[in-house]
Design a protein around this ligand. Structure first.
Ligand SMILES: Nc1nc2c(ncn2[C@@H]2O[C@H](COP(=O)(O)OP(=O)(O)O)[C@@H](O)[C@H]2O)c(=O)[nH]1
Ligand SMILES: [Mg+2]
Length: 218
């Protein structure tokens, strides 16, 4: 039905740079990523493969150290993990701790501020699993009431067929008794990513939960 008025004029042509809603590059430009920083501590006896794990995660299998160099004190490596189907990047600060108890005073402040931990044992060294209990106890002691996400990592699975190795079942049992996720890795073959990605996603999930909690405070 006509109301007798002339039709409205067409909208003005877009000005330079506004053809796509004010963004000269249109939908080609991704929104800036949200970067979350997560500090992960690696714990476990000397020579269990912590440094190899961190280096191979950071740089791929070609980064597997050719010669053993004992870590004294701490080393820090940084690597970003994209969270699938989001614009979120979790930047992992991996704190590679030396296995010597003389360095505990250096490690303690790192433990107190860590967001996640990796408890590392070597499948070919049964003592390294029994010592994990002690590492875990020390970390919990340093943190008091503050909870932490964690995983247990069995390293050097290429040595699994050696006599006296720790079985996958033992690793699973140790982890499930403590409510921790269990992963098998082999730095020598470049199989190390899964536990790091797991912790990054867990951290993002916790961030989301915390955000909702804070929003609900109003
Ligand atoms: N066979 C085998 N050896 C490994 C593997 N990862 C580490 N190693 C060796 O274990 C030794 C200790 O490794 P390192 O990463 O320095 O242990 P860290 O003292 O816990 O940092 C080195 O001689 C490594 O070459 C692996 O996946 N397979
Ligand atoms: Mg080391």
């Amino acid at each position: 039905m006509s109301d007798g008025l002339p039709p409205p004029p067409p909208p003005p042509p877009p000005e330079d740079g506004e053809a796509f809603g004010g963004n000269p590059f249109g939908s080609l430009v991704q929104p800036a990523p949200l970067i979350l920083r997560c500090k992960v501590v690696l714990l476990g006896d000397s020579a269990t493969g912590k440094t190899s794990l961190a280096k191979v995660f950071q740089g791929g299998a070609t980064n597997f150290p050719k010669n053993y160099a004992m870590t004294l004190g701490i080393d820090t490596l940084v690597k970003r993990v994209n969270i699938p189907e989001t614009n979120v990047v979790v930047e992992l600060y991996i704190i590679d701790c030396g296995g010597f108890s003389v360095c505990q005073d250096v490690l303690r402040p790192q433990w107190e501020t860590a967001n996640a931990m990796m408890l590392v044992y070597d499948v070919a060294n049964p003592e390294s699993l029994s010592h994990l209990e002690e590492w875990y106890a020390q970390l919990k002691h340093a943190r008091g009431e503050s909870a932490i996400s964690g995983v247990v990592i069995a390293t050097k699975t290429d040595l699994m067929d050696r006599p006296g190795c720790i079985s996958v079942e033992q690793g699973h049992q140790f982890s499930s008794e403590r409510g921790l996720e269990f992963f098998e890795t082999c730095s020598a073959k470049g199989i190390v990513d899964a536990p790091f990605h797991f912790l990054a996603e867990r951290f993002y999930q916790k961030y989301g939960e915390r955000k909702v909690e804070l929003e609900n405070l109003h």
